[in-house]
Design a protein around this ligand. Structure first.
Ligand code: PLP
Length: 272
């Protein structure tokens, strides 16, 4: 019997090392039984040691990719990762409105506000942060910043429960339905607490900290796992809970590849 899977669209950059960016998104979509669609925004040159540089795709080509797949194949959920420039962000926001993706439509939209690689290389031109806040956040069903991105977006340094909540409230002011403040980068605790908040429901998701150096692509994998569950019809709290359990295994089964930081791995799902 022919089974047509649900579809998820990633609007993001390519990682030549295959561990982050659209490569992480596609392998996560695949591992979760979802057909991945791609609007490529940038081509990065990188390996396990870091990002050597990137070239962005012209904004009209990003727009054309989104329209081509949305009009023909249909999109059950979408996410953004590396968007590179304010011009691309503006084009993505306008196009998503035109193809009815995002808040207020039936197609959930996750914004992972990627600003830099773990190795500290900028993946977003400086002026573009403001565009993420003003153009994309109001369209988002969910935004998924890590603690560095929280600080860049709100000026708040998260050090514990009170600042985590203050940051979530500040991020909600920019207009998304839900905010997930990811606690993985807070190094001085044994647990990783993520806070999911929509202004009324406050959900803490805690998980054990897993000792590994190989966490490349972790943020992308988490956001695309959430997007996969949303594409399959889960509500936001369920999708985030499922993704949290998925990423924990991906981090536990991460592997060294190259001389630097290796990738998190969704391969366990195939073995299962
Ligand atoms: N390269 C691309 C294309 C990405 O989208 C990202 C993160 O979203 C990265 C690199 C950075 O990955 P990491 O934070 O694991 O270094």
């Amino acid at each position: 019997m022919t089974v047509v899977p649900r579809t998820a669209l990633t609007i993001a950059g390519s990682d030549s090392g295959g561990g982050a960016g659209v490569q992480a998104d596609l392998r996560t979509f695949f591992a979760n039984g979802v057909h991945g669609l791609v609007a490529l925004t940038a081509v990065t040159v990188q390996n396990s040691m870091g990002v050597l540089g990137f070239t962005e795709i012209p904004a009209d080509v990003v727009t054309a990719q989104i329209k081509a797949v949305a009009g023909d194949m249909g999109v059950h959920a979408a996410k953004t990762g590396m968007l590179a420039t304010a011009e691309i962000i503006r084009a993505v926001a306008k196009t998503l409105g035109e193809v009815h993706i995002g808040r207020g439509t039936r197609t959930p939209f996750v914004v992972d506000p990627v600003a830099a690689s773990m190795t500290g290389h900028a993946l977003l031109r400086e002026e573009a942060l403001e565009a993420i806040r003003t153009e994309l956040f109001p369209l988002a069903t969910l935004v998924t910043p890590n603690l560095d991105e929280v600080r860049l977006l709100t000026g708040i340094t998260v050090t514990g429960a009170a600042t985590r909540r203050a940051a979530a409230e500040a991020l909600l002011e920019f207009g998304p339905d839900w905010v997930l403040v990811k606690g993985g980068h807070l190094q001085d605790t044994d647990t990783c607490v993520d806070l999911l908040y929509d202004g009324t429901e406050l959900i803490e998701l805690s998980g054990e900290r897993i000792a590994t150096e190989n966490t490349h692509g972790g943020g992308d994998t988490m956001a695309s796992a959430i997007t996969s569950s949303l594409a399959k019809g889960a509500d936001v709290p369920t999708a985030v809970e499922q993704a949290k359990r998925f990423i924990e295994r991906c981090v536990a089964e991460s592997y060294p590849l190259g001389a630097g930081v290796g990738p998190v791995s969704p391969f366990w799902r195939l073995a299962d």
